[in-house]
Every structure is written in structure tokens, then in C-alpha cells.
Design a protein around this ligand. Structure first.
Ligand code: HEM
Ligand code: HEM
Length: 176
């Protein structure tokens, strides 16, 4: 078994692009818009639907990952690096789910599901910083960005130093 299942490969890249967009573009530019701006509601609607979609895709990917056959763990040439890679992958799952979870917690705390999706005419709170979940969402965003940086560094180490074409494991093609 040389590669991940094509469904897992497709979802890896779709989710990666969606997380980049939320983490680098969507989330930070949304946070810049004051809550009394007419643009805020539109931004919140987009970000919340986008974030919830990432959550649903991650659950789907995790389920398929558990049940589909996967290639044996890649060898980085040292036990420490191999354990680090396993931990980093677990960390990526945990942080993405925590990002979605803290977003949902924030939406509940600020009653955003009713306000943004139309069931309530109430105004948005003046700002979100009073909610603990908002602080947590911001902190996890930074930690996730760092871990994605490490993940890409791990890939670059395999690809450029070990030259083992690691990327082909997360790409389409014959699996055996
Ligand atoms: C938001 C960004 C990303 C997330 C959340 C993410 C997450 C993950 C996770 C959880 C795995 C483990 C797969 C599994 O066993 O289920 C993985 C594997 C992998 N990722 Fe990413 N990834 C991201 C971006 C990237 C990028 C930008 C690259 C390449 C430059 C990349 C290259 C790879 C490769 C090559 C593997 C396979 C590693 C192996 O076979 O051991 N990923 N990724
Ligand atoms: C993986 C999924 C998600 C990512 C990567 C993400 C990313 C971000 C980022 C980077 C910020 C700005 C943080 C800062 O500047 O401190 C943010 C803010 C926010 N996110 Fe998310 N988010 C995700 C999921 C969600 C979900 C599921 C919801 C709600 C259902 C949500 C609701 C919010 C809200 C309400 C804000 C605050 C905007 C403001 O301060 O005005 N997010 N998000």
C-alpha cells in the first residue's frame, strides 16, 4: 500500500485549502469588521457556514481514515521524528476540531445561530471579546497555524532532504 485512499487524498487537500482560507483570510478579516458594521452579518454568515463545513468534512475524513486501509507510517529515519510526526498528525485533528468546537461555543455564547441565521431580530453584541470562547478561538488559531507550519516543514524534510517523494502518499495514483 503506497498511498492513502483517493477519497482521503481529495479531502486532505480540500480541507487544507478551506482551513488556509479561514485561518489566513476569512477569520482575521472578519475580526477586523466592527460588530455594528452592516457588513458584519454577511461575514459572519460566510465564516460560520465555512467553519461548520470544515467540521463536517473532518468528521467524514476521520471516519473513512479509521476504516480504510492506509499505507504504513512513513519513516523519517529516527524514532523521535517518527513519533513527532504521529503526534503532529493527532495534533492537527485535535486542533481543527477544537477550532470548530470553540467557534460553535462562541456562536452559542453570543446567540449567533439565532441572530445570524435569521430566527432572531436582536442586534449583535457590541464585540465578542467578552466571551471566553472568542479568546480560545483566537489562541487555537495561532497554535494551529504554527502546527501547520511544522507539518509543511516535515513534508519539506522528507521531500527535499530524504528525497522519498512523501507527497505521492497524499496524491492520486495506483495504491499497490
Ligand atoms: C490546513 C492544512 C493541513 C492540515 C490540517 C493537514 C492535516 C494532515 C493530517 C491530519 C495528516 C495525516 C493523515 C492521516 O493519517 O489521516 C496529513 C498528512 C499529510 N499531509 Fe497534511 N495537512 C495540511 C496541509 C498540508 C500541506 C500544505 C502539505 C504539503 C505541503 C501536506 C502534506 C501532507 C502529506 C505528504 C501527508 C502524508 C504524510 C504521511 O504519509 O505520513 N499537508 N495532513
Ligand atoms: C476550522 C474552522 C475555523 C477556522 C480555521 C476559524 C478561524 C478563525 C479565525 C482565524 C478567526 C479570527 C481570530 C482572531 O483574529 O483572533 C475567527 C473568528 C471567529 N470565528 Fe472562526 N474559524 C473556524 C470555525 C468557526 C466556526 C465553526 C464558527 C461558528 C459556528 C466560527 C465563528 C467565529 C466567530 C464568531 C469569530 C469572531 C469574529 C470577530 O471577532 O468578529 N468559526 N475564526
Amino acid at each position: 500500500m503506497k498511498r492513502y485512499h483517493p477519497f482521503l487524498v481529495g479531502l486532505h487537500w480540500l480541507i487544507a485549502v478551506m482551513i488556509f482560507v479561514a485561518l489566513i483570510l476569512g477569520g482575521p478579516s472578519l475580526a477586523e469588521i466592527p460588530n455594528d458594521s452592516p457588513d458584519k452579518m454577511f461575514g459572519l454568515t460566510g465564516h460560520m457556514i465555512w467553519g461548520l463545513t470544515i467540521g463536517a468534512l473532518m468528521i467524514t475524513r476521520l471516519l473513512v481514515r479509521v476504516f480504510a486501509k492506509a499505507p504504513p507510517h512513513a519513516d523519517a529515519g529516527s524514532a523521535v521524528l517518527n513519533s513527532g510526526a504521529k503526534l503532529a498528525h493527532l495534533g492537527l485533528y485535535a486542533l481543527v476540531f477544537s477550532m470548530v468546537g470553540s467557534g460553535i461555543a462562541l456562536a452559542y455564547s453570543a446567540d449567533l445561530f439565532s441572530i445570524v441565521f435569521g430566527a432572531s431580530d436582536a442586534a449583535l453584541p457590541p464585540n465578542f471579546s467578552v466571551f471566553t470562547a472568542r479568546t480560545v478561538h483566537g489562541i487555537i488559531a495561532t497554535v494551529l497555524l504554527v502546527l501547520i507550519g511544522l507539518h509543511v516543514a516535515g513534508w519539506a524534510y522528507h521531500q527535499l532532504y530524504l528525497r522519498d517523494r512523501l507527497i505521492s502518499r497524499m496524491w492520486f495514483g495506483k495504491r499497490s
